[in-house]
Design a protein around this ligand. Sequence first.
Ligand code: ATP
Length: 369
Amino acid sequence: MASLSLQHINKTYPNGFEAVKDFNLEIEDKEFIIFVGPSGCGKSTTLRMIAGLEEITSGTLKIGDRVVNDVEPKDRDIAMVFQNYALYPHMTVYDNMAFGLKLRKVPKDQIDKMVKEAAKILDLEKLLDRKPKALSGGQRQRVAMGRAIVRDPKVFLMDEPLSNLDAKLRVQMRIEISKLHQRLGATIIYVTHDQTEAMTLGTRIVVMKDGVVQQVDSPQNLYNNPCNLFVAGFIGSPQMNFLDATVKVSGNDVALQVGNHSIKLAPAKAKKLIDGGYNGKTVILGIRPEDVHDSDEWLKKSPETVIESTIRVYELLGAEVFLYFDVEGANVTARVDPRTTARTGDTVKFALDAEKIHVFDKETELVIT
Ligand code: ATP
């Protein structure tokens, strides 16, 4: 398997459009890297440059120690799995998986061994004689994976491989892919715009926007410590709540004023705002729905971070309840215990978890604390 190095990679399409700008990333052997971001942010373009399907305008791409900018796709030792599995309809599962090996003139008995091994890993042994039209979506996806596995590549590239599957199957295949990663010990680069996939599969996630890498981090760090407003809003569902707030410093204390609500910051966070000279300035307060609490316990524990509003929508999702309300014109979502007594139309007090408050600079949109 292999490491990859992307150094100052740029892609300008012939029409002058800059799809990827100064992309830098070192990928270690066996990592599961996710490229995530909104439609058009340059994820697929980057993946296709790694695959050799798209020319690199400038920068250096290495697989292992070898610069591969000008190496043909077939000589890069990578395998790509696409969203439309691209199976040959007239061939059996076996032949679909064997096809690439036959082209490479691999001896027949070796092909047989490799195909059967991959079929075993993917639980396709009983389906080897079937044609693709006699398979379910998930089975077809496994065949597409199998075709990649038999090539025993250094790197797997996957472009939204699950996007054609229904929700239940996606969850199943997600687990399969995760197991596959562990079993193969492979380096995988995986493109998705589904952040659940990103969060559950990736060892590291690359968040992109407008062709520019925003943050590269572990799923947990990305969720807990987003570097800017975009990442904070993109990762997490329902998304982080954002409120405009004015910074009020008094001594070592800092309160964020949102309308007539005053929200006191934890000491470490307060210090960052004081040191940054934010007194009197407008900032953006960010708080995730699960850190907005309506329980008596929290209201007692954190009386200096309380906001009050009237519930616009009460939504029971079984194991949790979402409460939707407005604060100073901004929509806020609280994710609370289903035992809550709050209902639509009620005026409710909420305590924000002071340790979990994020503060962003309104101008630069970068995180302050
Ligand atoms: P999606 O999630 O929708 O697949 P993406 O992040 O994978 O999006 P890309 O396919 O990499 O996005 O495209 C990045 C940008 O480059 C888009 O704005 C797209 O319109 C543009 N683009 C892609 N291919 C070309 C091309 N051949 N010529 C010009 N612009 C292109």
